[in-house]
Design a protein around this ligand. Structure first.
Ligand code: G4P
Ligand code: NA
Ligand code: NA
Length: 191
């Protein structure tokens, strides 16, 4: 998606540890016009698929998920994070390990917001190791819901998450695919 690649080139900075900082339009300040275009792009990519609901993880997944929900006219549910989730029988939970942030979170979605009739599109801002998406897949499985596919704003193709998902036959559409962040330079997959 050209507008996204342009925003990454103009406003993205590379931090040590292969981190792409895009907090001027995606992760802190948010560019609503760009998010709206992102939502419409995902809606087009998944236009022939059956989708009844979008799920993501708080907080940075919410903006692109919301705009995709608007474009597809379906509800958006974001999994909440919790350091220590007290035992509850009204939620689906999964464990999410973050290699980037060296943290371990439980994520959860209330059972009433996802069920076996749902056809679910997962949307997230970044796909790196894939731990967040794996957590959402676990929740979908626990709910006996159906996975339609995964939409990612920025895929770090040099990390294992995207390949792991595609190897399982999961449809993954990424709007920008980054081949490398070496030498403080963003190189896209099809440059
Ligand atoms: P994974 O889900 O693909 O395994 O991601 P990983 O553990 O590597 O990263 C954990 C967090 O860091 C996630 O956000 C993920 O979106 C984010 N992240 C990974 N690589 C990058 C990067 O290059 N740039 C930026 N800006 N973020 C990256 P999170 O913990 O869910 O945080 P939130 O922002 O959604 O609250
Ligand atoms: Na995220
Ligand atoms: Na993030």
């Amino acid at each position: 998606m050209e507008a996204l690649k342009t925003a990454i080139k103009e406003h993205g900075t590379v931090l040590p540890g292969n981190i792409l900082k895009v907090n001027s339009f995606l992760n802190h300040q948010i560019d609503p016009n760009l998010m709206y275009k992102i939502g419409k792009e995902f809606a087009q990519l998944f236009q022939t698929a059956k989708i009844t609901k979008i799920i993501t993880v708080e907080s940075s997944g919410i903006a692109p998920a919301m705009m995709t929900g608007l474009a597809l006219n379906v509800p958006v549910v974001f999994a909440r994070k919790s350091k220590s989730l007290t035992v509850r029988d009204d939620v689906y939970t999964a464990e999410v390990i973050s290699y980037t942030k060296k943290t371990n979170n439980q994520i959860y979605i209330e059972k009433k917001f996802i069920n076996s009739d749902d056809h679910i599109l997962i949307i997230d801002d970044f796909l790196a190791n894939g731990e967040a998406v794996k957590g959402l897949l676990q929740i979908i499985k626990n709910a006996n819901a159906n996975l339609t596919g995964v939409g990612i704003v920025i895929e770090k193709s040099f990390q294992p998450g995207a390949q792991y998902l595609r190897d399982q036959g999961i449809i993954v559409h990424s709007l920008a695919r980054i081949k490398s962040l070496a030498n403080n330079k963003v190189t896209f997959m099809n440059d």
